[in-house]
Design a binder for this molecule. Structure first.
Ligand code: NAD
Ligand code: TYD
Length: 353
């Protein structure tokens, strides 16, 4: 049995679905169900006894400690976090609570539980922390991609809170011996991606005939990885990763934002043509994000050489699957973009020129 935190969010739900498709090891899924958590993502597991969902907060020490005691998991896979940079700019407080206090609480509960285990279980236990390439800051055009040894230079409240959580995980290993691993991954995309993030936002807006907002000049570069490849990397680290190590995970796929948007527009023009004309007519350059990081790039050679992991999808295959998924799952999009989501759109986009 493993304990997953944040397993009703974008990456966490993909991880839980993939895990149970490939193994019979049950999952306890602890998720607070914030705006980003959605049990609809896990509808395929309804009635599946291997999935135990618990609605709760990782900041609740007693709850986490009692779940660990009750279910005796062999690993914790920690996804739960506030994850959207723009939201962290509008309201950083919740990021500090969930990402820093939450990780601290989880580590303390894990340490208490781990200390009660027999020698073999103790040695085999893993705490896997899911983090981001954004902790390394912003690269210049000619800089080498981020290595596991790159200096931490987080620039947004989100990345600063994730950097803090990475440091806590590291310290709990060095000080208390907790068997941790950490992965720092680039931008994910794929099914169940909440449409506040670039790729699903562009798809949803295009289909609704709304503007496709490009921050600044659209030349900011991200490395993009299909979410299922991130999940397979985490499974591989759990299987064979070395305790105390950090693994950078990426898709060898750096692209400027405007290129991403143009690829999506091209796919939509092909798969769901709009009689009014190409969706490209909706592209709209808007005021930039404050402190916007210019470039992220990941050097994923360590996980490739040490653990034999490589992404299965190229950007071309992954983005096609993603656009097709959104076209086939319009009800999911309609459900998650109602209510509070509209308030967020007003807050984030109404004062951008
Ligand atoms: P998400 O925002 O889609 O999901 C986060 C999930 O965590 C939600 O289900 C939410 O309800 C839950 N959650 C939030 N606060 C909680 C709390 N206090 N207690 C319990 N549950 C809580 O995020 P995501 O995109 O799936 O990201 C998952 C993890 O992966 C995060 O740690 C993020 O930093 C990291 N990451 C994301 C990306 C990406 O491109 N999305 C890339 C690299 C790393
Ligand atoms: P996002 O999906 O928010 O991920 P992150 O900020 O974690 O990289 O944004 C990806 C890139 O797209 C980022 O450079 C900001 C940009 N972006 C836009 O240009 N317009 C938008 O409406 C959004 C949400 C993002």
């Amino acid at each position: 049995m493993i304990l997953v935190t944040g397993g009703a969010g974008f990456i966490g739900s993909n991880f839980v679905l993939d895990w149970l498709a490939q193994s019979n090891e049950p999952v306890i899924n602890l998720d607070k169900l914030t705006y980003a958590g959605n049990l609809e993502n896990l509808a395929a597991l309804q009635g599946d006894m291997r999935h135990i969902f618990v609605q709760g907060d990782i900041c609740d020490f007693d709850l986490v400690a009692s779940l660990l005691q009750q279910y005796q998991p062999s690993a914790i896979v920690h996804f739960a976090a506030e994850s959207h940079v723009d939201r962290s700019i509008h309201g950083p407080g919740e990021f500090m609570r969930a990402n820093i206090d939450g990780t601290f609480t989880l580590l303390e509960a894990a340490r208490g539980y781990w200390n009660t285990l027999e020698a073999d279980d103790k040695a085999n236990f893993r705490f896997h922390h899911v983090s981001t390439d954004e902790v390394y800051g912003s690269l210049q055009p000619d800089d080498a991609p981020f290595l596991e040894t790159s200096v931490y230079q987080p620039n947004s409240p989100y990345s600063a809170s994730k950097a803090a959580s990475d440091h806590l995980v590291r310290a709990w290993h060095h000080t208390y011996g907790l068997p941790v691993t950490t992965s720092n991954c680039s931008n994910n995309y794929g099914p169940y991606h909440f449409p506040e993030k670039l790729i699903p936002l562009i798809i949803a807006n295009a289909l609704a005939g709304k503007q496709l907002p490009i921050y600044g000049d659209g030349q900011q570069i991200r490395d993009w990885l299909y979410v299922k490849d991130h999940c397979s990397a985490i499974r591989r680290i759990l299987e064979a990763g070395r305790v105390g190590e950090v693994y950078n995970v990426g898709g060898w796929n750096e692209k400027p934002n405007i290129d991403i948007v143009n690829v999506i527009v091209g796919l939509l023009d092909e798969l769901r043509p709009d009689p009014v004309g190409s969706y490209a007519r909706l592209i709209s350059y808007v005021t930039d994000r404050p402190g916007h990081d210019r470039r992220y790039a990941i050097d994923a050679q360590k996980i490739e050489h040490e653990l034999g992991w490589r992404p299965a999808e190229t950007f071309e295959t992954g983005i096609r699957k993603t656009v097709e998924w959104y076209l086939s799952n319009q009800d999911w999009v309609a459900n998650v973009t109602s209510g509070a989501y509209r308030n967020w759109l007003d807050q984030n986009y109404s004062d951008r020129l």
